[in-house]
Design a protein around this ligand. Structure first.
Ligand code: GRG
Length: 293
């Protein structure tokens, strides 16, 4: 399989649909569309929508069938990055190699762009789903839960309250299972659900994405220390500057690298039941292991 070609094809599909779902309109409030699209099309890797499509395909469904849900998850992810970059949160000036949303549109508009992306995510799932109403509602409930207080927002709360103080390994894991892994896990679960998978498939996809989500975060922490600023598109050393506990601050680089390999292998192992059909997700896991941004 030419993994990069397959990955690129899916990214192009997601990008086209994102454009369609958030067309700029001539209207008095058209700045909001510009602010939303600025971050939405700033060069994100699209791994969450691609995982959702791949999970659906693994169940034998078409990737097109999950497009509104895949775009919704990318909109929710983008909203979280816009809000995370605000001065009241991480206060970052650069994201994906470009000035952060509030640096271009101002703080008030950046708050609204994040809010609007979250609303738009639910609107596009409701208006564009080609899947039965029951399944659509089940998928939306999972996504709402993963993005909310039991998932990403919950993780962000732990993160904010942990800043400046040492945290133990269990708290660090809890934080990232919520903040980072929750959206990755729900992408895989919803792909399987909408693709027609059964309970065992949903559990397998969840296990795969839990390991992958933690590996993803470990890599993020390593890149914050050893990454190349130009490739990364943001300043390195931000975690240490903010006195954040990370996998690297807790375990050191070498052990973090070992943990990254272990978690990636565990993710791959949890796909063994699917044999060759899981090749794309296996290759994606390896790609994320060696990513540079
Ligand atoms: C503000 C509610 C709220 C939540 C913020 C996700 C998050 C919670 C903050 C982002 C901070 C951060 C760097 C988390 C580490 C893992 C992560 C989500 C990295 C960014 O995801 P990528 O690499 O980003 O998939 P791209 O730019 O490729 O889309």
């Amino acid at each position: 399989m030419d993994f990069l070609k397959e990955f690129e094809e899916r990214i192009i599909e997601v990008n086209k649909s994102l454009e369609k779902f958030n067309e700029e309109k001539e209207a008095p409030q058209n700045t909001i569309y510009k602010a939303m699209n600025y971050s939405l099309h700033a060069g994100g890797k699209r791994i969450r929508p691609v995982i959702m499509m791949a999970a659906a395909e693994l169940m034998g469904a078409s990737r097109e069938s999950v497009i509104p849900f895949a775009c919704a998850i990318e909109m929710i992810h983008t909203y979280s990055l816009i809000h995370d970059d605000l001065p009241c949160m991480d206060d970052d000036d650069l994201r994906r190699g470009k000035p952060t949303n509030h640096k271009v549109y101002g703080e008030a508009m950046a708050v609204l762009a994040g809010d609007a992306l979250l609303n738009k995510a639910f609107e596009i799932m409701l208006k564009n789903s080609q899947i039965s109403p029951n399944m659509t509602l089940a998928a939306m409930a999972e996504i709402a839960n993963a993005a909310g207080t039991e998932g990403m927002i919950g993780g962000q709360v732990i993160d904010i309250e942990s800043e400046g103080k040492p945290i133990d390994a269990v708290t660090l894991m809890t934080l990232h299972l919520h903040k980072t892994a929750a959206l990755i896990m729900v992408s895989a679960r919803v792909g399987a659900l909408l693709g027609g998978g059964g309970r065992e498939d949903l559990l397998a996809m969840e296990e795969f994405a839990r390991y992958l989500g933690i590996a993803f975060q470990i890599k993020d922490d390593i890149l914050d220390v050893t990454g190349n600023e130009e490739i990364l598109g943001k300043k390195i050393g931000a975690d240490a500057a903010k006195k954040k506990s990370t996998f690297v601050s807790l375990y050191g680089i070498e052990q973090s690298e070992n943990m990254l390999s272990d978690y990636t292998q565990k993710a791959i192992d949890s796909l063994s039941h699917y044999g060759e059909k899981a090749e794309f997700l296996i290759e994606l896991s390896k790609f994320l292991l060696s990513r540079e941004n």
